[in-house]
Design a protein around this ligand. Structure first.
Ligand code: ADP
Length: 407
């Protein structure tokens, strides 16, 4: 009887079966069979509940896994709809577009997000390109200088969509380091070719003259030998610069300190560079303090770093200009200051001055031979001594290089 009531209830009440059908007092074989049935139904319900919870949990875990994978990609990935509105963006894309890490750009136009990080001319280039076919790829500079950053931006149709109503997938990659390395390689090839070929050509030409021409006056012969000697010295200096730089790259560039008398060191340096200044009819002033503490430095490398700075001051100052070399001891450091009234360095070029192979694009500098390695060397020498090399400069006014050493 009770079974019939329950079955009636199950037919008309919209509640789960396991709630409608109950266990009965086992007074008859039918009641026992009934109870078995109810228990089986309950067990089945529990099992299917568990299965459904497991599958929800599984898909959440899968989704989280994909999301963390998506966010761990180093490339910026953005999905946009046909109006360029962002529908999905990973963490790298947010970082490259300079958006807060937890921000949600959906809805904003990918073009205006890119535009916000680009200078005006580059933004225009992006607009022109993106107005064309859906698939495109371009390199966008974030500033006039490569070091400001370079992005490679590509757009592809999202596979499985029709062209008409398509979504697009954008990849944004920071390729600044790659471009800087390429620029440095090009500069190296240019400098190496120039700095090896020019002196070699001169040496060969003058040696040939001496070998083939008869009756060259003695003083002219001497001039030719001097040119050969100067060009061989230039070759040697460049190879030396390259060796130093290669040691700096491999970490093998080290210093050996010795107690050094600063007065003697300065005298040697000035004697070394003064013929260059005399040749350009420049005034070379040297100011030493009445008393200077002894320094513990690698004498050869330290004096080579200062010779570089003074040599540059003389090279990049026109004839009859002024170069001054001052030593200023302080309570905790000694400063070596090299000042000139020369060509100076523009504000745009100043940040790249200590980069290897950097040479100014100033035509007055380009006329003078150089490898672009001297300042990188001097800066490394200052660093290895626990000091630093700084510069202030104004175009067409002059420059001041300061090498500070802690005591
Ligand atoms: P190099 O003199 O062989 O070219 P450096 O590394 O010594 O190489 O200098 C790098 C560049 O920095 C130079 O080519 C020049 O453009 C600039 N520079 C260095 N010193 C001076 C200076 N005193 N005045 C103006 N420009 C300078």
């Amino acid at each position: 009887m009770l079974e019939r009531q329950q079955l009636h209830g199950a037919a008309f009440v919209a509640a789960p079966l396991e709630e409608t059908l109950r266990i009965l007092p086992e007074s008859s074989p039918i009641a026992r069979a009934w109870n078995n049935l109810v228990e089986q139904i309950r067990a089945q319900q529990t099992l299917s509940g568990l299965e459904s919870r497991m599958s929800t949990f599984g898909s959440t875990v899968e989704l989280q896994r994909w999301e963390s994978l998506f966010n761990s990609l180093s490339e910026g990935i953005v999905v946009s709809d046909r109006r360029h509105a962002v529908t999905l963006a990973n963490n790298s894309a947010r970082a490259l577009l300079r958006l807060p890490a937890d921000s949600t750009p959906p809805g904003q136009s990918i073009l205006s997000l890119l535009e916000a990080v680009l200078p005006a001319e580059t933004a225009q280039q992006l607009h022109q390109l993106s107005a064309g076919s859906i698939a495109f790829s371009c390199e966008l500079k974030l500033g006039a200088d490569l070091a400001a950053g370079v992005l490679r931006v590509s757009r592809m149709p999202l596979v499985g969509q029709t062209t008409d109503d398509s979504q697009a997938i954008w990849t944004i990659r920071d390729i600044t380091q790659q471009r800087l390395a390429e620029e440095m390689r090009n500069q190296f090839v240019f400098t190496a070719t120039h700095e090896l070929r020019t002196p070699l050509a001169n040496i060969r030409a003058y040696a040939e003259l001496l070998a083939t021409q008869e009756e060259i006056p003695l003083d002219q012969q001497k001039d030719f030998y001097n040119i050969i000697n100067a060009e061989a010295t230039r070759l040697g200096r460049f190879i030396n610069d390259l060796l130093n730089i290669s040691q700096m790259e491999t970490g093998a560039f080290a210093i050996v300190r010795h107690e050094t008398d600063v007065e003697r060191l300065v005298e040697e340096i000035v004697n070394h560079v003064s013929p260059q200044a005399t040749q350009k009819r420049q005034r070379l002033d040297c100011h030493m303090p009445p008393k200077c503490p002894k320094l513990s430095v690698d004498k050869d490398k330290f004096s080579a770093a200062l010779v570089n700075l003074l040599g540059n001051a003389i090279k990049y100052t026109p004839e009859e200009g002024r170069v001054s070399f001052r030593v200023e001891p302080d309570h905790d450091q000694v400063r070596f200051l090299v000042e000139d009234t020369g060509y100076g360095i523009s504000t745009e070029e100043l940040p790249r001055l200590f980069q290897k192979f950097f040479r100014s694009s100033d035509s007055r500098v380009r006329e003078i031979t150089g490898s672009g390695l001297g300042l990188a060397f001097s800066q490394e020498v200052a660093r290895l001594h626990g000091g630093k090399l700084t510069v202030t400069s104004e175009l067409n006014k002059g420059s001041l290089f300061t090498l500070s050493l802690p005591l």
